[in-house]
Design a protein around this ligand. Structure first.
Ligand code: GFB
Length: 312
């Protein structure tokens, strides 16, 4: 598995270990630079995996995508090309590539079906990232067509869960708002600023549900598609999400929308008919998932603050 230290990769490891898989080959950024083709080739040659779960990617929220477009396109293209091409060269027949719901057109009909890919223009705030992910899907499809491999692209909706990035500059909306509300409550502030108009609609899936869906796909005898959406099936607007997170954290102050910050795509709700046909459905409600993620965040914060301060 590539990327086992990240939000998705760590959830996959938890799910696979629970499912009795004992022979996982894990690699993260410290062991192997996936943007370095010869290092990837050497690693794969040494370890000879049967199946690759490609969960490694440069990811981030709306602001990080707008600030670092070159990093988002270049790093992701390099990772995908190296892992998919070298994997094939070393005989890997089965691979799961993690895409993103932002590959679909900005104004795609809702809920978004897999066949809406490449039917319209992308959302400008994350176009470079989306183009890299579309290239990954096309790489998988091209290898399947030319070489008869079984390389499947999974399109997860907006994800959240334990181990997420809580840095306010780079994070997605759920961890960002958990942190903002937590700190506002702790510091007795009477206002929390939420970016944008509050009107964009997003679908949020707990990362453990995504991991479960990936294992269902990996274990299925046949999956009759090359692209499969994985979503929760319902969306909320950002103002409703902020309200919910405020309640979970127990914050009593005001919520203010800052319309100077970008909204991004107006709506992103995936059609999950394919996963339902495989008998999968998500188990974690948005409220329960956010409560669990918040408990984990508080725990992580307190364990960090108990560690001795680093020497300068
Ligand atoms: O989660 P987010 O950054 O991702 O933002 P996207 C979702 C919505 O929440 C946007 C709003 O309308 C934001 O303006 N929002 C409100 C906030 N307050 C905040 C905040 O404090 N932090 C953040 N981050 N957002 C990303 C893409 O788009 O979604 C990626 O840029 C990727 O490429 C990912 O596809 C899943 O859904 O807008």
């Amino acid at each position: 598995m590539a990327g086992h230290g990240g939000l998705v990769g760590s959830a996959l490891v938890r799910r696979l270990e629970k499912g009795g898989y004992t022979d996982l080959l894990l690699t993260d950024r410290q062991d192997l630079d996936l943007a370095d083709g010869s290092a990837v080739r050497a690693w794969l040659g040494r370890h000879r995996p049967e199946v690759i779960l490609l969960a490694a990617a440069r990811v981030g929220g709306i602001l990080a995508n707008s600030r670092y477009p070159a990093d988002f396109i270049a790093e992701n293209l390099a990772i995908e090309l190296n892992v998919i091409r070298m994997g094939h060269a070393l005989g890997v027949r089965s691979l799961l590539f993690m895409g993103s719901s932002c590959v679909y057109p900005r104004l795609a009909p809702q809920p978004i079906k897999e066949e809406h890919l490449l039917t319209g223009s992308l959302e400008p705030t994350n176009e470079p990232y989306a183009i890299a992910k579309i290239a990954g899907i096309k790489l998988c499809q091209a290898f399947n067509r030319q070489h008869g491999t079984r390389y499947l692209s999974v399109m997860p909706t907006n994800l959240y869960g334990p181990g997420d990035d809580f840095d306010l500059e780079t994070s997605h909306v759920v961890p960002a708002l958990l942190r903002k509300f937590h700190e506002a409550k702790a510091e007795g502030r009477d206002e929390v600023v939420v970016w944008g108009s509050g009107r964009p609609r997003r679908e949020f899936l707990h990362v453990d549900d995504l991991a479960d869906a990936c294992v269902v796909l990996m274990e299925a005898d046949t999956v009759p598609w090359e692209i499969v959406n994985v979503g929760y099936g319902e969306d909320v607007n950002i103002a409703e999400l902020a309200q919910l997170i405020g309640e979970v954290v127990g914050y009593k102050g005001r919520i203010v929308q800052d319309e100077n910050l970008p909204d991004g795509t107006p709506q992103k709700l995936l059609d999950v008919t394919r996963m339902r046909q495989l008998g999968w459905q998500p188990r974690t409600s948005l409220r329960a998932g956010i409560e669990q993620t918040y408990r984990d965040y508080v725990l992580q914060r307190s364990s960090r603050s108990e560690q001795p301060a680093a020497r300068c």
